[in-house]
Write a protein that binds this ligand. Structure first.
Ligand code: PLP
Length: 446
């Protein structure tokens, strides 16, 4: 499997590239895949071997690699304007994208602020919330609330509202503590309890905190419907309605981090739509550019925007990134929105998701599978593993076996998840389901 001897790119990469989210020493045993090109749902390595990109290249790709329509839009944009600063200047792609995204919220969130990566969008939402309260004369509101198992990115501010020990513990001394409240994770249901009851229970915990601290709390940040990075914890949409009501009652902002769950991933364009609510801030990134270019943004309401609007410079939101509103990235996003409209992607995905769920039924019924769950174009299940050593190596062994079966899959702990691009054909669906099962059985036997 490991073609390190024959492929010069692997050795050269391990010498000079520090790979993300990786203990580099593990590459002594885990293969590094030298990817050469992409086509549709497939990635091809330098030896011509193919891998079905069943996790959309870290949840970013929506319409396949080398998508002809996004490629064409980008090539045209490249000859027009590759980049210009967004302070004091504006351009057609950023205006059009802002207008179209605002329209998708029915103008509820009418102001778009841009950055490049997801963590920066989270930083922006946190800073904006704090600053909006300060501008409104409530400068005591300085604290943030996040959920147990939350993930909002790995820069210092975003990590402060992230509750994943592996990412957080080493940097604890650098972080400002946030309030961590119960997750509405439906897996926490006790005998006979429904997901809605878990949601109610978790919302009650939040209310207890707000009763005591609301005067000091600026915002609560949540990943609506699915807490992806923590192992695809899914919750009832009623939780978001309860959050909205509590935030209104106790005067706290609601930040929806839709970086992973937005852009149609959970079945609606914004995950919050399934609860019939709008947050005060929504963060988008990952899928927004179709998986092509780094682009993130924060959308907010007019009354929040108005607290910054003043003759006083220091009341303004003095935050910037060099590539803010990059025209190429915005053009990729516009091409992505065009595909959503022209192909009625959300409706097509509902049928595609039904077929994928059906194809996964044998796996869902496997005696070593627990909590098989699905939301939109996300599937996840937990492997039942007794032996702690086997559990600890499960993810790595699964990844390696998946590559041997032409699949790109990277479990989180003992949670296997599928997050494919929105273009799988029926043949690709059968292949994905049968190979995932074969990999699972091989890894569980070892
Ligand atoms: C990926 C992710 C982020 C961080 O985005 P980056 O672009 O990796 O910085 C933040 N929040 C959620 C929910 C994510 O899935």
């Amino acid at each position: 499997m490991n073609n390190a001897q024959t492929n010069p790119w692997i050795a050269r990469s391990l010498k000079s590239v520090w790979h993300p989210c990786t203990q580099m020493k593990q590459h002594e045993t885990v293969p590094l895949v030298p990817v050469h090109r992409g086509q549709g749902a497939w990635l091809f390595d330098t030896d011509g071997k193919r891998y079905l990109d069943a996790i959309s290249s870290w949840w970013v790709n929506l319409f396949g690699h080398a998508n002809p329509r996004i490629n064409a839009a980008l090539k045209a944009q490249l000859d027009q304007l590759e980049h210009a600063m967004l302070a004091g200047f504006t351009h057609e792609p950023v205006v059009e994208l802002s207008e179209r995204l605002s329209a998708l919220t029915g103008q509820a969130l009418g102001h778009c602020f841009y950055a490049s990566d997801g963590a920066s969008a989270v930083e922006i939402a946190l800073k904006m919330s704090f600053h909006a309260w300060r501008n409104a004369g409530k400068s005591d509101k300085q604290e943030f609330v996040c959920l147990r198992g939350s993930y909002h990115g790995e820069t210092i501010g975003a990590l402060a509202v992230t509750d994943v020990a592996l990412f957080r513990d080493a940097y604890g001394p650098l972080l400002r503590n946030a309030h961590v409240i119960a997750s509405p994770d439906a897996r926490l249901a006790r005998d006979g309890e429904t997901a809605a009851e878990v949601a109610q229970w978790a919302a009650n915990r939040l209310e207890n905190l707000l009763q005591q601290r609301a005067g000091n709390i600026a915002a609560i940040i949540v990943e609506p419907l699915v807490q992806c990075a923590t192992g695809f914890a899914m919750h009832d949409s009623a939780y978001l309605q309860m959050l909205r009501a509590l935030c209104d009652r106790y005067q706290v902002h609601l930040i929806a981090d839709e970086i992973a769950v937005g852009c149609g991933r959970t079945g609606t364009f914004f995950a919050c739509e399934q609860a019939g609510i709008w947050p005060d801030f929504v963060c988008l990134s990952k899928g927004i550019s179709g998986g092509y270019l780094p682009l993130s943004l924060v959308m907010t309401r007019d009354d929040i925007y108005q607290t910054f609007y003043s003759a006083d410079v220091t009341r303004g939101f003095l935050h910037s990134h060099s590539y803010t509103g990059n025209p190429l990235a915005c053009r990729a996003a516009l091409a992505t929105l065009d595909i959503f409209e022209q192909d009625d992607v959300l409706a097509a995905n509902r049928e595609r998701a039904t077929r994928i769920t059906q194809a996964l039924q044998p796996l869902a019924a496997h005696p070593k599978v627990r909590h098989f769950r699905q939301r939109g174009m996300i599937w996840a299940f937990d492997a039942v593993i007794e032996d702690p050593a086997e559990a600890a190596s499960f993810s790595r062994r699964f990844f390696t076996s998946a590559l041997e079966h032409e699949l790109l899959l990277r479990p989180i702990g003992n949670t296997v998840y599928l997050m494919p691009p929105f273009i799988l054909s029926d043949d690709e669906i059968s292949l994905l389901a049968s190979r995932t099962q074969a990999v699972f059985e091989q890894v569980m036997q070892a």
